[in-house]
Write a protein that binds this ligand. Structure first.
Ligand SMILES: Nc1ncnc2c1ncn2[C@@H]1O[C@H](COP(=O)(O)OP(=O)(O)OP(=O)(O)O)[C@@H](O)[C@H]1O
Ligand SMILES: [Mg+2]
Length: 276
């Protein structure tokens, strides 16, 4: 076997997320609507993949389909592997375990990720205690450590607070800390910083990047900010109309994009302090 082929096999084996030929249709009484067609993505462990494209191009649907979180009216074809597990071939119990142990989902509005009437401590510990059977006191200790790691100044106090008592930036840090509680291998960040002000955005992005590096995480990073995608991501995949248009190295995004849609998207991207 040639060295090239064995390297290819090693990288294929270590993919944190692999999506092949993914079609999604939403079925209604009057017929069905195709929202994803033949989507292909491969995210190796330890890498950051940016997903960009105009509103409605299918980015969030791709993320939700990857975790089998689409509603009952969605018809899904194709295959999704998360950390080697076949998402659509898993039993409900296996799927719950996979989601709880391998993946952190960070969405745009942190309020949607936390139960508004539960204190932060029990919310953060729930998955670890329920799915993994970790002792509650140990889980609370870990939650306190994780809150400190994401820059919460008084983690002990934070554990006893309710979500509405924290600012949006603080709450998004809590969601990240909660997602990291089970030591996941994959972060799915769907516009995780879009609802935050610019300086908080930068801090939370720095935090995601730092956690990605120190824990060798794979990150699927959905954003509308092409400059951010180019600077932060190893690879950037462009979607349009439910299809993947092209995938490029992040550092080459602005120079080598060939597809007319990608070029249009790049040209429509404002740059501060001048013209391109
Ligand atoms: N439950 C649903 N039933 C029918 N169509 C849906 C449903 N959810 C999403 N869609 C459609 O799927 C398409 C893709 O939506 P999606 O939310 O994935 O886009 P997006 O790229 O994440 O957009 P944005 O950048 O605005 O978040 C859209 O046309 C949307 O209207
Ligand atoms: Mg979306």
């Amino acid at each position: 076997m040639s060295e090239g082929i064995s390297e290819e096999k090693a990288s294929a084996a270590s993919a944190a997320l692999r999506i092949s030929g993914l079609d999604v249709d939403y079925v209604a009484e009057r017929g069905s609507t195709r929202v994803l067609s033949g989507v292909e993505l491969e995210l190796p462990q330890g890498k950051i993949l940016g997903l960009v494209g105009e509103s409605g191009s299918g980015k969030s649907t791709t993320i939700r389909a990857a975790l089998r979180l689409l509603g009952g009216n969605a018809r899904v074809r194709g295959s999704v592997e998360v950390c080697g597990a076949d998402v659509y071939g898993s039993s409900p119990g296996e799927l719950r375990k996979l989601r709880a142990e391998q993946v952190a989902l960070i969405q745009q509005d942190p309020h949607n990720s936390l139960n508004p009437v539960r204190r932060i401590g029990p919310s953060m510990c729930e998955r670890l205690v329920r799915v993994r059977g970790v002792d509650r006191a140990m889980a609370l200790d870990k939650a306190e450590t994780m809150l400190a790691a994401v820059g919460i100044r008084n983690p002990g106090r934070c554990l006893s607070q309710f979500p509405h008592q924290l600012s949006g930036g603080m709450l998004q840090r809590v969601v990240i800390a909660a997602g990291l509680m089970a030591d996941p291998r994959l972060i799915l960040a769907d516009e995780a910083t879009s609802a935050l002000d610019v300086s908080t955005q930068a801090e939370v992005l720095g935090l995601i990047a730092e956690q990605q590096r120190s824990r060798n995480l794979a990150v699927l990073f959905v954003t509308h900010d092409l400059h951010l995608a180019a600077s932060m991501c190893d690879t950037v995949t462009v979607m349009y109309g439910g299809r993947v248009v092209e995938s490029l190295a992040g550092r080459d995004l602005f120079d080598t994009a060939e597809d007319p849609y990608t070029r249009g998207l790049l040209q429509a991207t404002p740059i501060l302090g001048g013209t391109r």
